[in-house]
Design a protein around this ligand. Structure first.
Ligand code: NBG
Length: 815
């Protein structure tokens, strides 16, 4: 990258606009100017991108392939400008052209190729890998439609397709030269080759062409550019005379359809598996293409396939890419003619698996029938892996029949992907200390007993470059003014802010910034919801995917309770509160959608009740996504992290709030535990059942929500308000499913499965502490600053360094 030349930059933007749109810049639309800027910025990094890859090759560095169905990158332009350290100069250049940078950034659609935390984590990891200078590829799918856009109509969620590519994607480069073929279906035939060896060939299959699109992932100020490689499918041209002659018209059409559907859309499920055939196709499609290409690339520069694992490591982001294990085996066996033991040795040294949940509905299992029909050769290999593994189990635990039932890969007509991922790799990690302990002691206990050395913890992290540097400019200049800019690449330096917590002036400055960020969010809310909220009120925020275990229902029931109290006792002491929600529910998740409707209905009633004098406001932010998240985190006072203990593997929103100086109100779940360890219990608000208590109830029973309901008048009152028309005059049955989920359960599912009523009073008490604490502004300011100061551990840079040291064993590029 050369020195930034403003004149040159402006000229380039004008030229792009001219070439693409045949217009002088004065006549171009904002979107057209955005495109011009985006191409210009891409141009600024192209040389570094090439150079980085050349250097990797020269230094023959080991590469991690981070395989993930999801990369929730959000917008790229602002992030690239930040990482180029060209913020100020590009801002000035644009101003001279008559635009401000934010307006231009707003023209970019979010690349929403992910659902929630799991996808965003993958994006943060890529940012850290580049910034730290480690060779890495993100491998995923170029969904034509990403996470749906959420509209709220009459309080209901409506899903609108996210056509993010409609204006093209300036940052991607199509790499047709790396296209590969991926095969589905057909059957496997054994043939004897000329040397008398048995070989397996797949016949009568359908195939698609996998075409990679590369997106640059820029490190911060270091000229390192890694690649996010997302695959698109194209039909193989079968409409040639040959196939018509053979009467294969139908097959040709089928192949075209397969290619069209495979990358069409991201499944909008978070912590839940749809189990659809197309999903398995997506998984195999991107895995096969990525692994084939990775092996080919390795062989371009090395002779010995046996040493593949010295230069290549595959990290499986949850079980979704688990077919990596049998696919790599297939390549080694069928294409490189290795024997089983050799192939297995390489594979198990090259694959590592991250577990992201203990929720049973998210545990991937495929019906054998489907798996075998779609991936006949892969299935054969899985069968053999399973057969050998069972022999191993028998050898170690001959007398214990239960072990096979629990650990087999193929069991009860199903392929159990987690078991395959554990057996087929050298590392299994959870994403927070508590989560990893639960895996070892509960969910994966048998595997932990058999392979204790594989298990390790990697507490999640987030990139401060997006969630502070880009998202919160006011706080950035304050922090940098106090401690310099080292924190941008070493978040532990935030600790240096600690002395300022004792300084009154600094506390005032800090809270003033929070206030101005609240004003910014209030303006966003005014514009998007048409609702005025008071920046002097406590901004109490819960933004994350909607899921029963995350307990947005607990939050809104408590709001209903507060409102009851205020109505009963209008003169009670009450500090004004703005309860802010943002959440997408997956399209088929009825209860989650009912909770969204409930939040909006409660908002409607409370926000319009003049009697309570604006003491409570309830806001549902439509279409919560990476780009508006940055604004929301910056403005939060209270961070709601109230999942049922044991259910949230880590959480990463909790870290983004902390970084921006919000106090956690939460259960001892996931990474909350470690956040509180860092910041101190006195600077957070903890409540509720502990994970071992929850697990005990789940296993032994003994919790009866109806008893609680009958014995606690306030609880009974809010629960009844779900069905007495208070919030659904038009249709009293509207929230009956929520009422029943709390008191009756359904189809074998226990009532109040997520212990909402059980934790209600504890939550209320914690909320009272919040109010009390907020009244002491000095104390609050101190605590908020401490949250920012103590967030160092939660940088994804730290997480990546741990993956590198314990799992990947990469070396930094030498420049
Ligand atoms: C999610 C967990 C979160 C965690 C992210 C990233 C899945 C399957 N898991 O708690 O629910 O923070 O993964 O690790 O989406």
């Amino acid at each position: 990258m050369q020195e930034f030349d403003k004149k040159e930059f402006k000229k380039n933007v004008e030229e792009y606009v001219g070439v693409f749109f045949r217009k002088p810049i004065e006549e171009a639309s904002r979107q057209q100017v955005y495109q011009g800027v985006a191409y210009t910025v891409k141009n600024m990094i192209i040389d570094d991108w090439l150079e980085t890859h050349k250097t990797y090759e020269e230094q023959d560095l080991k590469t991690v392939y981070y395989l993930s169905m999801e990369f929730l990158v959000g917008r790229a332009l602002g992030n690239m400008i930040t990482n180029l350290k060209a913020d100020t100069s590009i801002r000035e250049a644009l101003e001279e052209l008559g635009y401000d940078l934010e307006t231009i950034e707003d023209e970019e659609p979010d690349a929403a190729l992910g659902n929630g935390g799991l996808g965003r984590l993958a994006a943060c990891f890529l940012d850290s890998l580049s910034t730290l200078g480690y060779p890495a590829y993100g491998c995923g799918i170029r969904y034509k439609y990403g996470m749906f856009e959420q509209k709220i109509e009459n309080g209901y969620q409506v899903e609108v397709p996210d056509n993010w590519l409609k204006n093209g994607n300036p940052f991607e480069i199509k790499r047709s030269e790396y296209a590969t073929t991926v095969k589905f279906g057909g059957y496997v035939r054994m043939i004897r080759d000329e040397y008398g060896n048995d070989r397996f060939v797949q016949e009568n299959y359908q195939s698609v062409r996998a075409i990679p699109y590369d997106m640059p992932i820029l490190g911060y100020g270091n000229h390192v550019v890694n690649t996010l490689r997302i695959w698109d499918a194209e039909a193989i041209d079968t409409f040639n005379l040959d196939s018509f002659d053979k009467g294969e018209y139908e097959k040709a059409v089928e192949q075209q359809n397969l290619a069209r559907t495979i990358c069409e859309v991201l499944y909008p499920n978070d912590n839940h598996i749809a189990g659809k055939e197309l999903r398995l196709k997506q998984q195999y499609f991107f895995v096969s293409a990525s692994i084939q290409r990775a092996v080919a690339k390795y062989m371009e520069a090395h002779e010995d396939i046996h040493k593949l694992y010295e230069k290549v490591v595959f990290q499986l982001n949850d079980t979704h890419p688990t077919v990596t294990v049998p696919e790599l085996m297939r390549i080694l066996l069928d294409d490189y003619y290795l024997g089983w033991e050799e192939a297995w040795d390489i594979t198990t040294k090259a694959c590592a698996y991250t577990n992201h949940t203990i929720m049973s509905e998210a545990l991937e299992k495929w019906p054998i029938e489907l798996f075998k029909r779609l991936l006949p050769r892969i299935y054969q290999i899985v069968e053999e892996i399973n057969r050998r593994f069972i022999l191993q189990i028998l050898k170690e635990y001959s007398s214990d029949a239960k072990k096979i039932e629990k650990m087999a890969i193929l069991y009860d007509g199903q392929v159990r992907m987690a078991n395959l991922a554990i057996v087929g790799g050298f590392s299994v990690n959870g994403v927070a200390k508590l989560h990893t302990e639960i895996l070892k002691k509960q969910e994966l206990r048998d595997f932990y007993e058999m392979f204790p050395w594989k298990f390790n913890n990697k507490t999640n992290g987030i990139t401060q470059r997006r969630f502070l540097l880009h998202g919160n400019p006011l706080l950035v200049s304050w922090v940098t003014g106090k401690i310099g800019e080292g924190w941008i690449t070493d978040l532990s330096l935030m600790e240096k802010l600690m002395p300022y917590t004792e300084d009154e002036q600094s506390r005032k400055e800090f809270m003033d910034i929070k206030y101005r960020n609240k004003v910014r969010l209030a303006a966003y809310i005014k514009e998007n919801n048409g609702l005025a909220v008071n920046p002097d009120s406590i901004f109490d925020v819960q933004v994350k995917r909607l899921h029963e275990y995350k307990r947005q229902l607990l939050n809104i029931l408590h709001v209903m309770h507060l409102y009851n109290k205020l109505k009963d006792n209008p003169d009670m002491e009450f500090y004004p509160r703005t309860f802010i929600f943002g959440a997408k529910a997956s399209a088929g998740y009825e209860r989650a959608k009912a909770i969204i409707k409930l939040i909006n209905s409660v908002a409607e009633v409370i926000n319009n009740d003049e009697a309570i004098q604006d003491k409570i406001k309830v806001v549902f932010i439509e279409n919560y996504r990476v780009s508006n998240a940055e604004i929301i985190f910056a403005a939060a006072d209270v961070s709601e992290q109230i999942s049922t203990a044991s259910k949230e593997a880590s959480g990463t929103g909790n870290m983004k709030f902390m970084l921006n100086g919000a106090l956690t109100l939460g259960t001892l779940d996931g990474a909350n535990v470690e956040i509180v360890e860092e910041v101190g219990e006195e600077n957070a608000f903890l409540f509720g059942l502990h994970s071992d208590e929850v697990i005990e109830y789940e296993q032994q029973g003994g919790y009866n929500p109806r008893e609680l309901y009958n014995s606690d008048r306030d609880i009974k009152r809010v629960v009844d308000q779900l069905v007495d028309g208070t919030y659904s005059r038009e249709d009293k049955a509207l929230f009956a499913p929520l009422y029943e989920s709390l008191l009756a359960g359904k189809g074998g599912e226990p009532a109040d499965r997520y212990f909402i009523l059980k934790d209600f009073r504890a939550y209320e008490a914690a909320q009272e502490k919040v109010e009390k604490a907020y009244r002491n502004m000095e104390g609050w300011a101190k605590a908020a600053m401490k949250n920012t100061a103590k967030c160092g551990k939660f940088s994804s840079d730290r997480t990546i360094e741990e993956y590198v040291k314990d799992i990947w064993h990469l070396s930094k590029v030498q420049k």
